[in-house]
Design a protein around this ligand. Structure first.
Ligand code: PLP
Length: 386
């Protein structure tokens, strides 16, 4: 079996999640039906909601189930924008390193809804410039409809100062959303303490199934819906509940938080083993975001003189699955917008790969990758010289 070092892309489903999903698939009942089948399904669903609410430290009624982190991000960004637009605010503030599930809806709001989108830059470590945000809020608070800054970046793992972002947003009475898709289960996240208006999470990044996520939305901030229909989730999200996926989501969350600290400490140790091993065998390589706080499982490394695509293909051939972390459109790898925002040139932004470690990664996975890497790097360099 190839070694899987791409947990930031998606994680293997936890056994408990597969079990919960399979059991629910075998059950009959739409949680919105009033009869006994529906009531049973609703009980299961609300139990799952409570489980996830405990992990996120929010009220269960603040959770809106969605079909993905992407949908949660779109609902929050567009919905909070439209609320602001109704009272004359048309500025959307995001960071330059957001995932495309925020960058692209922001662009859509610009193209179709007259939004002015302002991107806050990052320093060379990949941390947003809080002073830029503060300055912007001091000058234009009345115009800003929504601020959305991710809690940790999916390419580098660099953690963002979300609590401070929320404090600044509050000083200007501006709603604030955070894409916490990568952070959930990897770093402590308390919705109530962070002071956010909204936060997005996704099940498949922590052992749950692909195709289910949640938007945590503070009471009193109901937003216009993207999907209209049965109004199942506070009229903000319609669609029959995907009870099997939601049950599996909750099971994965419960397991993750049973041994949260130990699990992440183990992942961090493996990450350090991999990182140190790479730096030993390729001294000119460097880790992006190494000087600041990062999620435990992500290592984004620049290997000068190589092309990330070549590295990926060669590693894949040798049985190591990793990623560049950046978007690939129609099979063409673009230089990472995250690394460009951190001040890299196009060339180095194209010479970086992301390894991401998770709960199922073993020491021998890491050692195998380290055993294979030197020869692969040499071949990638030779290919680049041709
Ligand atoms: N936001 C971030 C930071 C992500 O890493 C991802 C997935 O890679 C998403 C949003 C999208 O989540 P989903 O795959 O559930 O649509």
């Amino acid at each position: 079996m190839p070694v899987y070092l791409d947990h930031a892309a998606t994680t293997p489903m936890a056994d408990v999640a597969i079990k919960a999903m399979t059991e629910q698939l075998a059950k009959l009942g739409n949680p919105s039906s009033l009869h006994v089948y529906g009531r049973d399904a609703r009980k299961d669903l609300e139990g799952a909601r409570e489980e996830i609410a405990v992990a996120l430290d929010c009220h269960p009624t603040e959770i809106i189930f969605t079909a993905s982190g992407t949908e949660a991000n779109n609902t929050a960004l567009k919905g909070l924008y439209w609320k602001g637009q109704a009272v004359g605010r048309n500025v959307v503030v995001i960071s330059a390193i957001e995932h495309h599930a925020i960058l692209d809806p922001a662009q859509w709001l610009k193209d179709h809804e007259g939004a002015e989108v302002i991107e806050i830059g990052v320093d060379s470590n990949g941390v947003i410039h809080l002073d830029e945000l503060e300055d912007l809020i001091s000058r234009r608070a009345d115009e800003i409809a929504v601020i959305s800054i991710m809690s940790a970046n999916n390419e580098t793992g660099v953690i963002q100062p979300i609590q401070k972002v929320a404090e600044l947003a509050h000083s200007g009475s501006i709603p604030v959303h955070s894409d916490a898709v990568q952070s959930f289960g990897k770093e402590p996240l308390s919705f109530s303490q962070l002071g956010l208006t909204a936060m997005s999470v996704s099940a498949h990044k922590l052992g749950g199934p692909i195709g289910v996520g949640a938007l945590v939305l503070r009471k009193g901030y109901d937003v216009p819906a993207l999907l209209h229909g049965g109004g199942q989730e506070r009229d903000i999200r319609s669609g029959t509940f995907n009870a099997p996926a939601i049950m599996a989501f909750a099971a994965a969350v419960k397991e993750t938080f049973l041994d949260f600290a130990d699990r992440n400490a183990r992942v961090r140790r493996l990450r350090e083993r991999l990182e140190n091993g790479i730096l030993e065998c390729v001294p000119e390589a460097y880790v992006n975001g190494a000087k600041v706080e990062r999620l435990p499982g992500i290592v984004n490394v620049t290997i000068p003189g190589t092309e990330s695509e070549t590295l990926l293909l060669l590693l894949d051939n040798e049985g190591i699955a990793c990623s560049t972390g950046s978007a690939c459109t129609a099979g063409v790898q673009r230089p990472s917008h995250v690394l460009l925002a951190m001040g890299h040139g196009e060339r180095t932004a194209r010479s970086s790969i992301r390894f991401s470690i998770g709960a199922t990664t073993t020491e021998s996975d890491v050692d195998l990758a380290l055993h294979i890497l030197p020869a692969v790097m040499e071949r990638a360099r030779m290919a680049n010289l041709r």
